[in-house]
Design a protein around this ligand. Structure first.
Ligand code: NAD
Length: 352
């Protein structure tokens, strides 16, 4: 076994159907008395129900969370937290809402209690981001890691099947890249394999029956595993490319991950054969790249960048941006094969 460094995540995890019934106990354990509940506009009814339930322990709701945490939204949420004297941020939602809570943690030192309602995995990472003038800035800071995460699969029953698939494959991408990370370790490899297996088996069951609580529970468990991998080890080509495509061409986050992943795995196949074997085994497929492609296509997710609004004319620009800042990847990143990767992702071609 190669030498490695492993830092366990300090977050407390409360998992299971109806885990949300333990919210008051968890707030008490954190010594919190005045919670600001964060959500996106469509999730306001759920946040209102939570606020009603908390009574005096709820200091207010901020319901304007948005994808990629626009700086103005973050500033408004900080203002509200300050003005109501909040002592904790409850993030009820997906990566957008949890991302907003992370800015409150960083700017105001508020602890976060996260209640994830998608499979994106942000609740398990010290990675934060804000967007200003179309530029997304990311960073790492352990202060933004939620103190407690309540995973209640019942809250994901309302996540539409198409969002569930892309969100789940977004999580699979964290685990897949974690397997060939520069700082990979055997603990995270175990999390990654379990996470990919749980999600890849759960997603088709969710498509068949979006209210199957067992499938939702398995998917959320997988999301936890995969999110932990993202929070623990470094990412490579796939994540950098998705960051470029999402940020520079305003493409939807989870869909971009879903479309690019098979091609990024194909790109790295020969440089990281052991990782690919684990991904394939966890997917129950003969080949990692094809297995990811089939999981998306067979469950109705988009497989081509063209279909989510990318223009062919932007492919060369995407290559140039992706090459601007060098970063580690198991296979060196070169313009010509990168252009081929993007071409295949643009056309939605199944990797050979
Ligand atoms: P999201 O949080 O933007 O949610 C997508 C949509 O689904 C929203 O309209 C939301 O209201 C709705 N929604 C969420 N849960 C729902 C539910 N249970 N039922 C019905 N509707 C629901 O989507 P996401 O993919 O979870 O997050 C994407 C964002 O998270 C991106 O900005 C991405 O960069 C970030 N992210 C960050 C990290 C990290 O570690 N920092 C990790 C993953 C994603």
């Amino acid at each position: 076994m190669k030498p490695f460094v492993y830092t366990p995540s300090p977050a407390r995890v409360v998992f299971g159907t109806d885990a949300l019934t333990h919210l008051e106990r968890e707030l008490d354990l954190l010594g919190a008395r005045k919670a600001l509940v964060l959500c996106t506009p469509p999730q306001r009814p759920k946040a209102l129900a939570l606020a009603d339930r908390l009574g005096k322990m709820c200091a207010g709701i901020y319901d304007q969370a948005e994808m990629h945490v626009p700086a103005a939204i973050a500033a408004a949420a900080c203002d509200q937290a300050r003005s109501v004297g909040a002592d904790i941020a409850i993030a009820l939602g997906g990566g957008s809402t949890i991302g907003l809570a992370k800015i409150l943690a960083r700017e105001l030192g508020l602890p976060i209690l996260a209640i994830p309602t998608t499979y994106a995995g942000s609740e398990m990472t010290p990675i934060y981001a804000t967007t200003d003038g179309g530029l997304k800035q990311t960073g790492k800071d352990v202060r933004v890691l939620p103190k407690t995460v309540i995973y209640d699969p019942a809250l994901t029953l309302s996540l539409p099947a198409h969002l569930s698939i892309t969100s789940g494959i977004n999580a699979i991408a964290h685990a897949a890249e974690g397997l060939y990370a520069q700082d990979a370790n055997p603990v995270m490899a175990t999390f990654a394999e379990q996470g990919i297996r749980a999600l890849s088996q759960a997603l088709p069951r969710i498509v068949r029956n979006p209210v199957a609580i067992d499938a939702r529970s398995d998917a959320l468990y997988g999301a936890w595993m995969c999110g932990t991998v993202l929070g623990s080890v470094g990412m490579a080509l796939h994540h950098k490319l998705c960051h470029t495509l999402g940020g520079s061409f305003n493409l939807p986050h989870a869909e971009v991950h879903t479309i690019v992943l098979p091609h990024a795995l194909r790109y790295n196949e020969e440089a990281a054969p052991d990782a690919m074997q684990v991904v394939a085994r966890a997917l129950g497929a003969r080949n990692a790249a094809q297995g990811c492609f089939d999981l998306a296509r067979d469950n109705g997710a988009p497989v081509s960048l063209r279909d989510i609004g990318m223009h062919r004319a932007d492919l060369d620009k995407a290559v140039a941006i992706a090459l601007e800042k060098p970063y580690w990847n198991p296979r060196p990143i070169k313009a010509a094969p990168l252009r081929e990767l993007l071409e295949a992702a643009f056309e939605g071609i199944r990797p050979r």
